[in-house]
Design a protein around this ligand. Sequence first.
Ligand SMILES: C[S@@+](CC[C@H](N)C(=O)[O-])C[C@H]1O[C@@H](n2cnc3c(N)ncnc32)[C@H](O)[C@@H]1O
Length: 295
Amino acid sequence: MKKDDYHEPVMVQEVTSVLAPLKEARIIDATVGTGGHTLGLVKAGANVLGIDLDREMLEEAAKRLLGSSKLTYGNFKDVEVIAFREDFREVDGVLFDLGVSNLQLMGEKRGFSFGYPEAALDMRIDANSQAVTAADLLNGLRADQLTALFSKVLTPSQSRFLASRVVGQRERKPFATVEDFLRIAKRVRSKKDLNPATLPFLALRMAVNSELENLNEALPKALACLKKGGKLLVITFHSGEEKIVLDFFHQCQEEGTGKILTSVPIRPGEDEIKKNPRARSAELWVLQKYEKGKI
Ligand SMILES: C[S@@+](CC[C@H](N)C(=O)[O-])C[C@H]1O[C@@H](n2cnc3c(N)ncnc32)[C@H](O)[C@@H]1O
């Protein structure tokens, strides 16, 4: 695989600076993907445990990282158990880079992208552990459940509109391909610079993979993996993720278990955004595990 075929990681420099000094530091990369962040951390001297729910991504990461880090399959909501099993306890940092990678999005058969209209409407990150596909949700949920699903990223009126279109369409023909959903998703009104189908596809992907639920479960467990003074880093891409991270960070600060180091998020520079459009919406949030008098 050529360098350009890997997922382009966002804010690698910023992540390594926040976690510095990295020499002999122990870091958990809870979303290792094709290993871009892990590579940066390893080069700076860290020992990294990389976790991913997608075995294909782990294979790519393994080819790239050449044994320089420990890689393991798993859901990051189980990060505490995984860290215990892999002997990565009391670590210096845990990183989450949320969502899916370009490689997954561009997978012709995975159904994540409306760039491949003929693909099956699947969207599962891990087809082995997940039984329910995107098509199953569109074909099986009630109208009110579909409205709730879309409202995670769309307005209430857009969500009701889309849900009623889904119900109308499936009565004629059940959803099977990306094209089936694209036909109605592209009718949602959106901002000028955004493809109208982007947010409907995002909402569906988030539901198929329980993305917000997994994040909610994972954050306290990630905090438990850290040593006192260790840092929890989360790169978010939309307001649904941001809300969960900020609610958790504020709760930790109120309880005295963590200190928020980013009152405003760290954002990528203009150069990075020009090179990698996905970086445009990325925000890096950092919490430091608290111990009275030690940070
Ligand atoms: C944005 S990509 C990370 C890219 C990575 N930082 C890199 O440099 O290549 C997000 C990754 O998280 C993985 N992922 C998503 N949900 C997960 C979960 N619940 N548990 C573990 N991995 C997950 C995806 O399979 C994907 O590889």
